[in-house]
Design a protein around this ligand. Structure first.
Ligand code: 4AD
Length: 429
């Protein structure tokens, strides 16, 4: 029986102990340079890159012709000896003995200095770029870190439907869809369902897509984003803030350590992440608008948020918003009935990254709130029920995963943090 070829990851062959040994790798052509008697092919796979050299005198006629023919982004397999070479981009060179073209690429449309708009058009190809690869590796580590954080604290991961019959975060950003012969909406948040599930599981979380029909074109809004949400029975407002800051610090440290190489290559200094610690700053809405020289009722812009957090110099919870500015389910502050026990966490360079609150637990209060927000009682009948069967104080928050990735990678635009962004003017590829 023919022995299977053992292909190694490129990062695994960048190894001094393999000096002079023959290895097999596969990957894609990242760069290529032809000389008269030699062709240099830089090959990439998901783990790293390596320079391969094909010498006319050392290979068969077929291999030499293929080396001349192979184009950028072609897929190939290579066999050759490993040699340490300080001049090579990753310190080692593969001296090719055999080369097989697996998929010969047509002329690759992505070259240097292309517009952001063009790169979004060819997103399916741009995903292979070094920058996108690194960001997606960091993104994956963020999901990993969130799951780890909750597993260590005995939380349960639970899911909710994506089709919903009513809004949770206000009607202006609802996506309406045809649902058989009725109208339905794509979910804006897992929260209302989570509030039902805490009566069984008490400590729960999820990471799932949320949909917002955002009409604004900003650098931090998507129409479909990944929403990490948490809901906890018996949790106070102060404990909610402590929990959130612990999570952010945990994720920052985890990613800074696990993705040190990726962040360095992205030009992100990990010092800020590694030095991040609790507690974060806290500022009431009233104080924030005073600082900004605005009147009560003023809705902070993205820019205001970034300015505030830059002034404070570390993440800051903006709390105690006017009731009418926020969602119907938020608990009124017993000490000041005009404001709610809600907090948005502002992160440097990004602005709002989480939004959370204590929830109304009293049935009558919730009914009054629905009236105040001009919402139909019938639409929230099952949600109202939750206050009638052993209601408890509870709190939770939602975090935009892409916004967190923006901060971790210092991405300029939220589109740079998700493989296939969806926004008002972007539905393809
Ligand atoms: O503040 P939001 O709307 O809160 C909720 O949906 C609550 N139900 C969450 C909860 O308490 N369980 O959204 C939470 C976070 C925001 O802070 C922001 O980071 C992110 O979700 N977010 C978006 N991210 C990208 N694109 C958008 N269009 C976003 N809208 C909200």
């Amino acid at each position: 029986m023919k022995k299977e070829i053992e292909y190694k990851e490129i990062s695994a062959v960048l190894d001094k102990s393999l000096e002079g040994k023959t290895v097999h790798i596969h990957g894609w052509v990242y760069r290529k340079r032809d000389q008269k008697e030699m062709v240099f092919i830089i090959v990439r796979d998901s783990s790293d890159i390596i320079q391969a050299v094909v010498k006319k005198e050392s290979v068969s006629k077929k291999v030499w012709e293929d080396a001349l023919k192979i184009s950028m982004e072609s897929s190939c397999t290579l066999t050759g000896k490993i040699r340490e070479d300080k001049r090579a981009p990753t310190g080692f060179e593969l001296q090719a003995e055999d080369l097989e073209i697996v998929g010969l690429a047509e002329r690759f449309p992505i070259t240097k200095d292309l517009s952001e708009e063009f790169l979004r058009e060819v997103r399916h190809l741009w995903l292979r770029s070094r920058k996108m690869t690194l960001v997606l590796e960091v993104r994956s580590a963020v999901f990993e870190a969130i799951h780890k954080f909750y597993a260590e604290r005995g939380y349960f991961e639970v899911q909710s439907p994506s089709f919903t019959s009513a809004a949770s975060e206000g009607g202006s950003t609802l996506f309406e869809v045809k649902y058989f012969d009725r109208k339905a909406y794509l979910t804006q948040s897992w929260q209302l369902y989570a509030e039902a599930m805490i009566f069984a599981l008490e400590k729960i979380y999820c990471i799932a897509p949320s949909f917002r029909a955002e009409k604004s074109r900003t650098r931090r809004h998507l129409a479909e984003y990944w929403h990490h949400e948490m809901e906890t029975a018996w949790m106070s407002f102060e404990d909610l803030l402590k929990f959130e800051e612990e999570l952010i610090v945990f994720v920052a440290h985890y990613v800074a350590k696990k993705c040190a190489r990726q962040l360095k290559e992205l030009g992100r200094d990990t010092k800020e992440l590694l030095e991040l610690k609790t507690p974060f700053a806290r500022m009431k809405y009233a104080e924030a608008i005073k600082r900004l020289g605005k009147k009560s009722g003023y809705d902070l812009t993205d820019e205001d948020e970034r300015k505030l957090v830059a002034d404070v110099g570390k993440p800051v919870f903006l709390t105690h918003f006017l009731r009418e500015m926020k969602a119907f389910y938020m608990k009124v502050d017993p000490k000041d009935k005009k404001v709610v026990l809600a907090a948005d966490l502002l992160i440097p360079g990004v602005g709002e990254t989480t939004g959370g609150s204590s929830r109304i637990e009293d049935s009558k209060e919730l009914e009054d709130s629905l009236k105040l927000f001009k919402l139909k009682k019938e639409d929230y009948a099952w949600y109202m029920d939750l206050r009638k069967f052993g209601s408890v104080p509870h709190a939770g928050f939602g975090l935009g995963v892409e916004r967190l990735v923006m901060w971790l990678t210092k991405a300029e635009h939220i589109f740079d943090t998700i493989p296939f962004p969806r926004a008002m003017d972007r539905l393809t590829p």
